[in-house]
Ligand binder design. Structure first.
Ligand code: SF4
Length: 292
């Protein structure tokens, strides 16, 4: 078997799929709320070592159809490296249908549209993208390194290249003071782009992230579950996407699990939120069963 470098993260939807670590860590690693890769320095692995992992896993799982490229933003890799890896994956997994990875706005904006199209033509299908918030005020406070217009530009650039996008927005990211700003500006991003999947998580801060987080976001006050679900309701109300979006709110952090298609099932999702809010905390998943 292969040896992974831990901690190792992958989207919930990739739980049963092949994971190949082409990079270690995150090339940016500076968002104040995120402690995922604080113990790792960003590193591009030697492609021969990655090929060895591919061959070992292909031998053990010859019928695998889906591969996720880790770690935090494998789209930071050179296009040439990624093309070699995508070709090797196609040769090794004969039933391969989908290759996905985490990507940031910076990764996408650093590539030409032609490079993104080339990656798509060679088997990269899906990118997982953390929008987190659409508010320029909050983006600055969490030191995300990009603004709203760059997020919109990068998402549209990826869609134009034919890549499917699974995006996440973090409920509570603006705290009490910027809650409305966070939700209104985040909805503008979804309405101005053509993402395919959307998830909402609830903000949770690991102990080791708190000092840096509060240093940059001095007026932050955490929202409770009821306020977070009110944010979620407002967010869904404001969504008017031009394309069909598969919406999921079923992350380990969520107080209430929701699933539906937008915009078609918007009213039903709002009704479910209203029902839960009218019952209160008894309707929520107990916090002891949740995590971030
Ligand atoms: S949120 Fe994403 S881009 Fe930001 S530090 Fe964490 S892994 Fe890197």
């Amino acid at each position: 078997m292969i040896e992974y470098s831990y901690p190792l993260y992958r989207p919930p939807a990739e739980a049963d799929n092949i994971i190949i670590q082409a990079t270690y860590g995150c090339s940016y690693n500076n968002c104040t709320f995120c402690s995922m890769y604080k113990t790792k320095s960003f590193e591009v692995r030697a492609i021969e070592d990655v090929f060895n992992d591919v061959e070992t896993l292909a031998h053990s799982y010859p019928d695998a159809r889906k591969v996720f490229l880790a770690d935090g933003d494998a789209l930071a890799l050179d296009t040439e490296y990624l093309l070699k890896l995508l070709k090797h994956l196609k040769q090794s997994f004969v039933k391969l249908r989908r290759v996905s990875l985490y990507a940031s706005a910076q990764n996408i904006l650093n590539k030409s549209t032609q490079d993104l199209q080339l990656l798509r033509e060679n088997g990269l299908n899906l990118i997982y993208y953390g929008v987190e918030t659409g508010s320029d005020i909050v983006l600055k406070k969490i030191t995300k390194g990009v603004n709203q217009s760059e997020i919109i530009e990068s998402l549209n650039k990826a869609s134009d290249a034919g890549l499917k996008i699974s995006a996440t927005v973090i409920l509570g990211m603006g705290g009490t003071k910027y809650s409305d700003e966070h939700i209104i500006e985040s909805s503008k991003i979804i309405n101005a782009t053509r993402i395919n999947y959307l998830s909402t998580l609830q903000l949770g801060l690991e102990e080791d992230a708190k000092e840096k987080f509060y240093k940059h976001f001095k007026d932050f006050e955490m929202l409770g579950d009821i306020e977070l679900l009110q944010e979620q309701k407002k967010f869904i109300q404001l969504l008017n996407p031009t394309n069909k979006i598969i919406f999921r709110s079923n992350h380990a952090s969520n107080a209430l699990h929701l699933a539906g298609n937008l915009p078609r099932e918007k009213e039903r999702l709002i009704q479910e939120l209203d029902n839960a809010l009218s019952v209160g905390e008894m309707a929520f998943i107990p916090s002891m069963f949740r995590g971030f």
